[in-house]
Write a protein that binds this ligand. Structure first.
Ligand SMILES: [Zn+2]
Length: 333
């Protein structure tokens, strides 16, 4: 190699180390060839490989989404992901998950139900029929999201009320019925957008009734807004606390106005949570799929890079993105 060329490679490699930080974190070789005005070269194996994203929002939907169930499944499969969980705020996704799996063999797809008013709110019959849907892909029961009292009071109007599941810390009889179905069918309870105190109360009651799998939906953002003490409390009761990549992108400087309503919980917060709560009690997912946003598998890749850069080990990331979701879904790890 001529001297000039060697100098070029040397200088260029150094610049690329900084510019292509994500690729280096992803363990990508060949970064000397990357260019400053382009994304880093694709890693041989996507950091999303083997990951289960417990929270994605595809089309059809009542809100703007970028990809259909099948389009998203194709991308996730191409990246080597193990599975995705389809969430929809107004209809069950147990049937859609099965249809998408038929179209895209080689990836696991699950669905569930969000207990908003569109399905009758805290409605045991809706849960009972959801898990019976042919294919057996209906696994997740989310407590109310935009119809919950906490959501209404936080984002809509402080003087209005929404659905409650444990007023004054006491779980309602209908909620109790649903927890019994979740326990009997070994489904996953996800806490949706209810008050932090309700998250604690429902988690406690769910454990009493034999519910094994509990996921505290984006627990550390403003809805539900768990305090550090509450987060530790539910983790000790055996719940996993979810942190979504979508929350890395929210807050006052977010890309879209609608995203500014959500507090930012970023990679630094994940590193902190790993220290204080422990990777054994956390799940990283994306909550992506919105119109104009990156695809959920791209979100997983970025989330891995960001969390690695914040000092979290790959072993802990594997727990939070692969092992813990697999445990929640009752899969072999
Ligand atoms: Zn969501």
């Amino acid at each position: 190699m001529s001297k000039t060329l060697a100098t070029f490679f040397h200088r260029h490699a150094r610049a690329s180390t900084i510019a292509a930080g994500a690729a280096v974190v992803m363990g990508c070789a060949g970064y000397a060839w990357s260019q400053v005005g382009f994304p880093p070269p694709p890693p041989r194996v996507s950091p999303a490989a083997g990951v289960i994203d417990m929270h994605v929002h595809p089309d059809p939907d009542v809100f703007g989404r970028s990809l259909t169930d099948v389009e998203l499944a194709l991308i996730a499969k191409r990246k080597g992901m193990r599975g995705i969980v389809l969430k929809n705020h107004v209809v069950t996704t147990a049937d859609r998950a099965q249809l998408a799996m038929n179209q895209v063999p080689g990836i696991d797809i699950w669905g569930g139900i969000v207990l908003n008013s569109s399905v009758g709110g805290i409605n045991p019959a809706a849960v009972e029929w959801m898990h019976r849907m042919s294919g057996g892909r209906g696994k997740i029961v989310w407590l109310p999201t935009f119809d919950s009292d906490k959501h209404v009071k936080t984002l809509v109007d402080k003087t209005k009320s929404g659905i409650v599941v444990a007023p004054g810390g006491k779980v309602t009889p209908e909620m109790d019925e649903i927890l019994k179905i979740i326990a009997r069918e070994n489904l996953v309870l996800a806490t949706g957008h209810v008050h932090a105190e309700e998250v604690v109360a429902v988690t406690r009651r769910a454990r009493e009734l034999g519910v094994k799998n509990i996921l505290v939906t984006h627990g550390l953002t403003n809805i539900p807004g768990l305090s550090p003490a509450q987060a530790k409390q539910v983790a000790q009761m055996g719940a996993y606390i979810e942190i979504c990549y979508f929350q890395f992108l929210t807050g006052p400087t977010a890309q879209y106005q609608w995203m500014t309503h959500w507090d930012r919980v970023d990679a630094k917060a994940v590193a902190q949570a790993v220290k204080e709560i422990g990777a054994d009690h956390l799940v990283l997912s994306t909550d992506l799929g919105q119109q104009g946003m990156m695809t959920p598998p791209d979100g997983i890749e970025n989330q891995v890079a960001a969390v690695r850069a914040a000092g979290v080990s790959q072993a802990d990331i594997d727990k939070m993105m692969k092992r813990n979701p697999a445990r929640l879904l009752g899969l072999a790890e």
